[in-house]
Design a protein around this ligand. Sequence first.
Ligand SMILES: Nc1nc2c(c(=O)[nH]1)N[C@H]1C(S)=C(S)[C@@H](COP(=O)(O)OP(=O)(O)OC[C@H]3O[C@@H](n4cnc5c(N)ncnc54)[C@H](O)[C@@H]3O)O[C@H]1N2
Ligand code: MOO
Length: 401
Amino acid sequence: MSLLPVADALQRLLQAASAEAPQPAERVPLANALNRILAEPLHCAHDVPPWDNSAMDGYAFASRDLAQAMSAGLRVSQRITAGMAPAPLVPGTCARIFTGAPIPAGADCVEMQENVVLEADMARFSQAVSPDQNVRPAGQDIRQGDVIMQAGQRLRAQDLGVIASAGIAEVPARSALRVAILSTGDELVEPGQTLGPGQIFNSNRYTLIGCLQRMGQTIIDGGILPDDPDLTISRLQELAEQADIIISSGGVSVGEADYLGMALREHGQLDMWKLAIKPGKPFTLARFADVPVLGLPGNPAATLVTFLLLVRPYLLRRLGVEHTEPLQLPVPAGFESSTTGNRDEYLRACLQNDQVVPAGNQSSGVLSSASEATGLILIPAGSVVKLGQPLAFFPFDGLFQ
Ligand SMILES: Nc1nc2c(c(=O)[nH]1)N[C@H]1C(S)=C(S)[C@@H](COP(=O)(O)OP(=O)(O)OC[C@H]3O[C@@H](n4cnc5c(N)ncnc54)[C@H](O)[C@@H]3O)O[C@H]1N2
Ligand code: MOO
């Protein structure tokens, strides 16, 4: 059976996500909206800033009075601080003004105080100022009626600031997806318990919790599923009643105890299985009781890599995000590799002297190298790596968002 190229798998995942009903929108106070995804575009009801204001602490005046300002000086007729509504400027005078304060009617520029000599109430300017100098015009940042952000935008700190500057207190955001996570395997015990013979600690559960928490989604804990065909079906049924999506780890390869994959193939609808990706080959997309199931391979590095490269874009698209590609930068290879594989290989990698190098042991069963790493690098199927050759580097910071 040939392996599905990663690009095709991704396209199918995104299509499957787009085909689901849009996630409902809810109103979220701006202070709680970090990382939320806008459900509708936002319009600005006001000019930002709302009025012309000073960019400097200094003196506001009419530029036609410049010659007088530089010879005899201009009388200071008023003092304007930020937050005031100033009276119109008395013709032939200037106004003491501070950064952010409104420009009075009749003034069209501001000279900074460092270039002004003050004698009694007369301000004499030591250099020329042009019209509009040091004036921040109304609407310089945002114009009334402008769309400030599009639907599908994930809100970053600076976005919250922009929305606040437009006076918007609550935003329409996509509600969180209810994501069930299910760990499979008789060998698993939870950290904190005692390991018996043949047992290992469940690490994938925590990797997935971290990934989903970082994305702000609601986690339904499906616990550890023993290797039992009937229990597999009943647990999938239970979770399908509560969740929008089920993400499992393990049990999707070809072993005789890989009951999860069997249940999906025999009692659900299989969409895809076996991709040209390393680690992560047995990644499975299926539906069970009409709920999408994303079956991640159990090897801990495969769970991490397939979540970041396949599940994350799927979830983002479910939340209405159009551009789901992670940040990728070309970085020269600090190593060579002459072996070629038939799968796109994602190595856990570190940056070293402006080059990328593999981090530690790259076995699919080894996770500590992912902790050492700062991102993933891609070695496309069928290619070798030459020293200095640019490789696609995916920083974890871009992959976890
Ligand atoms: N004959 C073949 N064997 C395997 C193939 C194959 O093509 N033919 N593919 C290999 C690849 S590639 C992968 S990846 C794994 C994936 O197998 P499963 O998804 O069925 O995963 P399991 O067999 O259940 O577990 C694999 C491995 O991972 C450990 N594991 C599972 N869950 C957890 C967890 N929650 N926390 C920590 N570790 C976990 C498990 O103990 C196994 O060591 O199949 C290969 N085999
Ligand atoms: O697909 Mo797997 O190569 O062992 O992770």
